[in-house]
Design a protein around this ligand. Structure first.
Ligand SMILES: [Cu+2]
Length: 381
């Protein structure tokens, strides 16, 4: 059967139009998706930050974080940070001290917080009262030695350099002056972390924006305190002597102390972290030199970003999260019950005998839909 030519054309056009209309949403969404899924392999940047807006971030001692917005959809900025290196004696356990090498006087050093593609412009000051050459290697940076080569400062000098934080996540930084001085300075306390937030904020396991009510930075630190022949921790007079002694004691690979935030009890008792039932708490946990594994007794990692890298989909429901040496992890947990929680290294010997634990005191009302005691202890019937 033959159709008039006009009818055939009309029929074909109508079908084509139908086809276009049917596939239009797919093409539209596919093109949208493509613009948001550029591979890290294809990243491109322009400008070196010279003409961007600048602001100073005021550093605060861990476990606290500086002031920041969780979402920043505006253009990247230059974030100015100053670290003053302090060599000073600190007590890591009652009666036991070490000559600590520190960024800004704390172990760990302060947490820096920026958004992806911001620049960090760091000024590193090494006062003349110090005795050693120091520098800084940022795992968040891109370039030879993570900035270590261009940030070496002798006592009495200061240096400034700038890098673009291209990758989102939490990243360790540490002193790395070369050779065996690298581990010696790191296990003398000279390490910390930076948090690079995605500009759109954090996403939960379903890709929805998730905000936190408070954030804490907890760094595990392994110390190798030199001991005398009777096993007593030596009282060391100078940083130079400390380095000579540590050059030997670190080779045991057996820490004498494993603590959170620089000393036993830094985050327990009156120094415990605090939260309230219903709050989302972001825990950033780092270890610059040694593997660890962190657990919150009575809670979970609701959202866990392995390696602390926020552009990956978070895992849910983790009980213990690993932190490989030279990295940080990020975990979000909503507290559902009040009480004193323990956050610890779940090598329980390292937690309870060496000191690697913190407390979180949570205020609120008990929820018996989650747990209740049915019978208090009584003599066995
Ligand atoms: Cu150093």
């Amino acid at each position: 059967m033959k159709y008039p030519i006009t009818l055939v054309v009309n029929f074909t056009l109508i079908n084509m139009l139908k086809l276009i209309l049917a596939f239009a949403p797919i093409v539209f969404f596919a093109s949208c998706k493509n613009t948001h899924t550029t591979s890290v392999m294809d990243e491109k940047f322009e400008g070196n930050g010279d003409h961007l807006e600048r602001f100073t971030q005021v550093m605060v001692p861990p476990p606290l974080l500086p002031k920041f917005d969780q979402v920043d959809k505006e253009d990247p900025k230059v974030v100015l940070v100053t670290f003053v290196i302090q060599e000073k004696k600190i007590e890591v356990a009652p009666g036991d001290s070490i000559w600590a090498f520190t960024f800004n006087g704390t172990v760990p050093g302060p947490m820096i917080v920026v958004h992806q593609n911001d620049f960090i412009e760091l000024t590193l000051k090494n006062p003349a009262t110090n005795t050693q050459t120091h520098n800084i290697d940022f795992h968040a940076s891109t370039g030879a030695m993570g900035g270590g080569d261009i940030s070496l400062v002798n006592p009495g000098q200061q240096v400034t350099f700038r890098f673009r934080a291209t990758r989102a996540g939490v990243f360790v930084y540490h002193c790395a002056p070369g050779g065996t001085m690298v581990p010696i300075h790191v296990v003398s306390g000279m390490n910390g972390a930076i948090m690079v937030l995605p500009r759109e904020g954090l996403q939960d396991e379903n890709g929805n924006l998730v905000k936190f009510d408070r954030a804490y930075y907890i760094a595990e630190q392994d110390f190798y305190l030199p001991k005398d022949k009777d096993g007593k921790v030596k009282n060391i007079a100078t940083p130079r002597q400390s380095i000579q002694e540590l050059a030997e004691s670190i080779k045991s690979l057996m820490p004498t102390n494993i603590v959170f935030n620089g000393r036993e009890g830094a985050l327990t008792g009156k120094n415990a972290l605090t939260a309230t039932v219903g709050e989302n708490v972001l825990f950033i946990t780092s270890q610059a030199n040694r593997d660890t594994r962190i657990h919150l007794i009575g809670g979970h990692a609701d959202l866990y970003w392995p390696g602390g890298k926020f552009n990956n989909k978070p895992y849910t429901d983790f009980e213990t999260w690993p932190v490989p040496a030279g990295s940080a992890a990020a975990v979000m947990y909503k507290f559902r019950q009040p009480g004193t929680y323990i956050l610890l290294n779940h090598n329980l010997i390292e937690a309870f005998d060496f000191g690697a634990l913190a407390q979180v005191k949570v205020a609120g009302t008990w929820d018996s839909t989650l747990m209740k005691q049915i019978q208090k202890p009584i003599p066995i019937k």
